[in-house]
Design a protein around this ligand. Sequence first.
Ligand SMILES: [Zn+2]
Length: 360
Amino acid sequence: MSILDWIEDQKKLKLLNAPKYNHPASDGSKGLWTRCDHCGVILYIKHLKENRRVCFGCGYHLQMNSQERIDHLIDVGTWRLLDETVSPCDPLQFWDQKAYIDRLKESQERTGLQDAIQTGTGMLYDIPIALGVMDFYFMGGSMGSVVGEKITRLIEYATQEGLTLILVCASGGARMQEGVLSLMQMAKISGALQIYQSCANLLYISILTSPTTGGVTASFAMLGDLIFAEPKALIGFAGRRVIEQTLQEQLPDDFQTSEYLLHHGLLDLIIPRSFLKSALVETITLYKDAPLKRSGNIPYGIQQNVNFITEEKNRRKLSKKTLEYENSEFKDSENTNLRFFMSFQNILKIARSINSWSKK
Ligand SMILES: [Zn+2]
């Protein structure tokens, strides 16, 4: 080895061993510079974003947030959010080192999302699709009751409208802070998918990104008619150490990577990010003429999707009625129809709760 080679080696080692710089106020997705998790090269974030967060040095696919993925996949100006107001609560009043409710608030402020997923509809080169994108920056993309509910509603909407469904997974698994309410989402989503796939015969493509683990892998991530993955993505159920300790066996180095899973028949395709959109379009176009395809009716009825506009409309409608009632002359009249009064009481109750909710 020449002295120049030695210096080059030392430089690489230093880069690899250097601690990753994290500004206290940043989450790694902000700031000017970042470091590739795979080869250690320092990357200018502006250029990295233009390159869809693919490393210039080694081609490694770094993490993307949900908005970047939507911008990358959906045609400009066609994205329409569904259920953007559904927000999590704290049914178990869970507390570890910090209260769950505080963790939620902090993640909501940092990411600008209500929970770890965005769902909606949009156009993919003029083909209408239903899309759900998980966000790993929101509490590790964990699946709580809100994520489960939003995915289920998206699947039901896609079933009714006969849309192709695409879910982009990036998750650490079920959210432990919500206990069994998180776990039941696995079965709930699988139930909705069964109707979508087997009764309505529609196409569901699941896209696995790094990392897809735990309860998400055990439910909808692996239920796709077609399962795509990004190169070198970490995909698995339990962690590597747990499996090694249980089996008392040494696992291969590439265990739980997308290449390993493709080799063992768990995936259909590994596709680099830059070709993802065109691959999806080609697949959907190929499937377009499938003879058995039809949109379906949900046997147990569909939950109405809400967005900010409908919610605001409802709120105004109810507060107007409340006002009318309070000013009306039959407020104290004995002739008031009891049933009318009872139903009005209910409306008032709802209006008050919505009012108090909107003040929060
Ligand atoms: Zn790299």
